[in-house]
Design a protein around this ligand. Structure first.
Ligand code: ZN
Length: 193
């Protein structure tokens, strides 16, 4: 995940080592635990496992100041929000935007991600590209995907305002807005009825 390397936050490596891979059984699993300290949002640990031999990969995030099940809402209004907002999403979280029209659901195969808003938007474009190829010939689906991609491209330029909502029943996700915009962030308890 190249996104992780590009996150401009100060991380401290707590542990790094080679362990036995749970899938292929060889001692080729790179294990890393990185602690991120943030004055506003507190401490996060990123767990990252990757096997050189079979490609098995697992990442997760633990938010040490978790407030319990939470819904995080942030409105992306301009380029600064796109390029300087960081998203920490645990594998249990749902991420969606009604205005952009996407939804990333948790599941057994879901992975945690640490990314900028830009990184998330670029990933959505990639997914839409793949879906366009898979749905070639289905004009209705393809035209919807193209409309979606146009909205995402506008959003990347800060020309399309949208809300990002992260719902995490474990409370292990968070979002870090650009400096000075912390008041635009809304975190409320997630009602799990
Ligand atoms: Zn392996």
């Amino acid at each position: 995940m190249s996104d992780e390397g590009s996150v401009g936050l100060n991380g401290r490596v707590l542990y790094t080592g080679i362990e036995r891979c749970p899938v292929c059984g060889r001692d080729t699993l790179h294990v890393m635990e990185i602690l991120y300290n943030d004055p506003v949002f507190g401490d996060l640990i990123l767990y990252s496992n990757q096997c050189d031999n079979c490609g098995y990969r697992r990442t997760d995030i633990q938010y040490l100041n978790s407030r319990g099940p939470s819904r995080i809402t942030y409105e992306v209004r301009d380029e600064e929000d796109v390029y300087r907002t960081y998203i920490f999403r645990s594998k249990n979280a749902k991420v969606f935007s009604p205005e952009l029209g996407f939804e990333i659901n948790p599941g057994p195969e879901a992975e945690a991600m640490i990314t900028t808003m830009e990184g998330l938007l670029l990933r959505l474009l990639d997914v839409a590209d793949s879906m366009e190829v898979l749905n070639e010939g289905d004009d209705a689906v393809v035209s919807k995907l193209r409309e979606f991609k146009n909205r995402v491209r506008d959003a990347l330029k800060g020309r399309f305002k949208f809300t990002v909502i992260i719902e995490d029943p474990t409370g292990n996700s968070t979002l870090k807005p650009p400096q000075g915009r912390e008041n635009n962030l809304h975190i409320e308890p997630l009602n799990q009825g």
